[in-house]
Design a protein. Structure first.
Length: 168
């Protein structure tokens, strides 16, 4: 436990120092991830009960699923890829292999960041879906909760979590 805490502190120090120099890299990723999240939230304003009645429901479901995968991916990109110079990007795992940081500790740390992001975005998506379901169709169903749980938590957690754990 003490070793993991020291590893996390070293990882946080590494990113603090790196993004002290290159603030715009992290800020640009955060802004784009926020834009994707806002688009996802706007699409979730339409209650799932209305989606089942529409002919083009698969297009909307696919776009929401894609956005739910891309927003955390872009948020975590600043902790996955680092830029060297103007054109070169390098994986963080390759960059820190010379530091006294365990790769598994880095992966756990990024999973924790992913969970923090998903908690916030999931709550926002759930509130929007339930609120607009009450406003538009005047009821909340189990479909609303399951739909948002799958689209805003399960899909991004599985896809991004697998991506993090598969890195070498």
């Amino acid at each position: 436990m003490q070793i993991e805490l020291k590893q996390e502190q070293k990882i946080e120090q590494f990113f603090e120092e790196y993004y002290r120099i290159k603030k715009w890299d992290k800020q640009s990723n955060d802004i784009v991830a926020g834009i994707f999240l806002m688009i996802q939230i706007l699409l979730l304003m339409l209650p799932v009960q209305l989606l089942w009645e529409e002919e083009n429901r698969w297009i909307l479901l696919t776009s929401i699923g894609t956005l739910s995968f891309c927003a955390p991916l872009l948020y975590l990109a600043s902790y996955r890829l680092v830029k060297e110079g103007q054109q070169n990007t390098q994986m963080v795992c390759q960059k820190i292999k010379y530091l006294p940081i365990d790769i598994q500790a880095l992966k756990k740390w990024r999973i924790r960041l992913l969970l923090q992001w998903l908690k916030k975005s999931f709550l926002a998506c759930m509130l929007i879906q339930l609120l607009f379901s009450l406003i538009i169709i005047h009821k909340i169903s189990w479909m609303n909760v399951v739909y948002v749980s799958i689209v805003a938590f399960v899909i991004p957690m599985l896809s991004n979590g697998l991506l993090i754990w598969s890195e070498k």
